[in-house]
Design a protein around this ligand. Structure first.
Ligand SMILES: [Zn+2]
Ligand SMILES: [Zn+2]
Length: 349
């Protein structure tokens, strides 16, 4: 037994998305049924729907930036009640027993976390994501969206928000720290807002000055074009932390040169081709080149609470179900400020 719900799916790799129906499982004792209100379009949705990152599961219902309202709860669920505002991000299960799960970093589960879509649950069933009217998720992987953030601007926080919040916290963004955000897209605009709210002085490093006004409006103190080579001289030795949100190949050595002694460059963008650097760029200044992948569930909740406290949501453009394919093209062309969210009430209506 299961419930039929409307969804938007890619039937095959690279094929246009189309409306369809899917089955959601009946509630298990620890499950929550969520009426989805909004689903963000993350660039990784497009990569996976195009099978850019290796063999994927089709039909695929993308979407791991999910915001909605609890519609029903299983018999053992005490954390949530019908009517609660909730969100779901990139994972919907993990083993719960390994050292990483026990440490609250379920994204690194040794048995592999179960991805919200394009994944296979421990029950052997394929997972389908947020481009849908309803979803069933284990309560431990559901986060609360506090009052004070609207659901539409909250949805992108579940991936873009946590992906940038976690490294900013890990690497100590705060008062007295100079943080550079590379790229002002879906991830970058969240990084700017969050780092500013944490009290850091934020500089945007973007290819051109095209979005300078936006960057300043979001709270950045400085804005430099990386297409202008003098930028790398002017800013030499400036930053405690560089958060790279760009998925394109970068001259890593040039960026490492912008770090202070002991500074770190953290990658959350993932280019298809390898990045290279000269070891001396790290050695000469005790610098760190690092990566960061989303965040655990507890940290995701912490991020949502932080955003509510500071009045932070994503900058969004809301679309209806029939605009998803156009939105995919626009995301691929970097033509969105800064996140599309699908009004899921328009799916199947
Ligand atoms: Zn994402
Ligand atoms: Zn685990």
């Amino acid at each position: 037994m299961s419930t039929t719900t409307h969804a938007i799916a890619a039937p095959a790799p690279g094929a246009p998305l189309e409306q369809t129906t899917i089955q959601r499982r009946d509630l298990r004792p620890d499950d929550v049924l969520i009426d989805i209100a909004y689903a963000g379009i993350c660039h990784s949705d497009i990569h996976q729907a195009q099978e850019d990152w290796g063999t994927a599961i089709f039909p695929m219902v993308p979407g791991h930036e999910i915001a909605g309202v609890v519609a029903a709860v299983g018999s053992n669920v005490t954390r949530y009640q019908v009517g609660d505002r909730v969100g779901v991000g990139c994972m919907v299960d993990s083993c719960g027993e390994c050292e990483y799960c026990l440490a609250g970093t379920e994204q690194f589960c040794v048995k592999g976390n179960v991805q919200t879509y394009n994944g296979v649950g421990f029950d052997g069933e394929n997972t389908y994501g947020g481009y849908s009217r309803q979803i069933v998720v284990k309560d431990a992987f559901v986060c609360r969206i506090p009052e004070g953030i609207e659901l539409d601007v909250a949805a992108p926080l579940l991936c873009a928000g946590i992906t940038t919040y976690s490294p900013l916290r890990q690497w100590g963004a705060g008062p007295g720290k100079k943080v550079a955000v590379v790229g002002l897209g879906g991830l970058g605009h969240m990084a700017v807002k969050l780092a500013v709210a944490m009290g850091a002085e934020v500089t945007v490093l973007s290819q051109s000055l095209k979005k300078q006004e936006d960057g300043k409006r979001l709270g950045a103190t400085h804005y430099y074009a990386t297409g202008d080579e003098s930028t790398f001289d002017v800013l030499r030795g400036r930053f405690d932390l560089i958060l790279n949100t760009v998925s394109a190949k970068l001259p890593v050595d040039a960026y490492l040169g912008l770090l202070r002694v002991g500074g770190a460059m953290v990658n959350v963008g993932a280019p298809g081709e390898p990045l290279s650097y000269n070891a001396f760029s790290l050695i000469g200044g005790n610098k760190t080149l690092a990566g960061s992948m989303i965040g655990g569930i507890a940290e995701t909740q912490e991020m949502l609470d932080f955003c509510a406290e500071h009045g932070i949501g994503a900058e969004i453009e809301t679309i209806s179900a029939d605009q998803v394919n156009t939105a995919y093209e626009r995301v691929a062309n970097s033509d969105v400020r800064y996140r599309f969210v699908i009004d899921t009430a328009t799916i199947g209506s």
